[in-house]
Design a protein around this ligand. Structure first.
Ligand code: CP
Ligand code: NVA
Length: 304
């Protein structure tokens, strides 16, 4: 695996390989077994949007793997003043061993990988959030034991999270349902991808129908980063696209509830459901660290 640009690029075997290594690294960390698999390596982390989990987990992850990480805010980089990504990629490739980037356009991440000569990891774009979904899959497998026969349901905006969850969920063998308003469906490329999984994918604007008998319920904010100006409109459009007690009751009795965070209580999830499922949701947040360390080792660590 050279890069992690989007879930669409990964085979099922690559996804399972990352999850297995993530479980192993988590086990080693919990048992105090040091694992400096990236000794002396440096990751550059370019952030054009805010972050709590992604920034901290990548930085700590690199440290735990024996390497180091540089936080590169677009406010300070020349990229923020218009230096082309093609040039940034070639320059950073001379200094670093890998780049993690959080930005708007997916094309920017693809270009960074194309023009640079070092591994690139997508830390979120408007199109997708593969690191988050790898952590979500890791958490689902941790709680449920396997993906066999599971139904995963996503409620809300057909955004970067929806795009990545649909691909990740279907690739590992789950059924996937999504409830979203008609004008806020996932990307056309993702909907085309689902056609390879007949009978496994359902899309509706009816929340309870999507949630019926689900083993896992997920949601995300109604207005993503970069959509702040649409907030008032989106509050109207997404009214009802919420994980609440009624939606949980429509799912299986032992349903898991996950949220990539940050959460907006009272919007896409109620406070009571979030608190009732806090163990799962914060294990999910912790698993960002383990899943990303596995990705870092896979792309930057040779054959380890
Ligand atoms: N879930 C997630 O990516 O969180 P941050 O925006 O805090 O990195
Ligand atoms: N859809 C959200 C995810 C945040 C982790 C956003 O892009 O802001």
């Amino acid at each position: 695996m050279k890069h992690l640009l989007k879930m669409l690029d990964l085979s099922k075997e690559e996804i399972i390989g990352i999850l297995n290594l993530a479980d192993q690294l988590k086990y080693e960390q919990k048992h105090g077994i040091k694992h400096p698999r990236l000794q002396g390596k440096t990751l550059g982390m370019i952030f054009q949007k805010s972050s709590t989990r992604t920034r901290v987990s990548f930085e700590v992850g690199m440290y735990q793997l024996g390497g180091s990480a540089l936080f590169l805010s677009s406010h300070d980089l020349q990229i923020g003043r218009g230096e082309p990504v093609q040039d940034t990629a070639r320059v950073l490739s001379r200094f670093l061993d890998g780049i993690m980037i959080r930005t708007y356009a997916q094309q920017e991440v693809e270009d960074l990988a194309k023009y640079g000569s070092i591994p690139v990891i997508n830390g979120l774009t408007d199109f997708c959030h593969p690191c988050q979904v790898l952590a979500d899959l890791m958490t689902i497998r941790e709680y449920k034991g396997s993906f066999d026969g599971l139904k995963m349901c996503y409620i809300g905006d057909g955004n970067n999270m929806a795009n990545s969850l649909i691909v990740g969920g279907l690739k590992v063998g789950m059924k996937v349902s999504i409830a979203c308003p008609k004008d806020y469906q996932p990307d056309a490329q993702i909907l085309a991808f689902t056609e390879d999984y007949p009978g496994k994918f359902q899309m509706t604007d009816n929340v309870l129908e999507a949630a019926k008998d689900a083993d896992v319920l997920l949601t995300d904010v109604w207005a993503s980063m970069g959509q702040e100006e649409e907030k008032a409109l989106r509050e109207k459009v997404f009214d009802g696209y919420q994980i609440n007690a009624e939606v949980v009751a429509a799912a299986k009795r032992d349903v898991m509830v996950l949220h990539c965070l940050p959460a907006h209580r009272g919007e896409e999830i109620t406070a009571d459901v979030l608190e009732a499922h806090a163990d799962e949701i914060f294990d999910e947040a912790e698993n960002r660290l383990h899943a990303q360390k596995a990705v870092l080792v896979k792309v930057m660590g040779g054959n380890q």
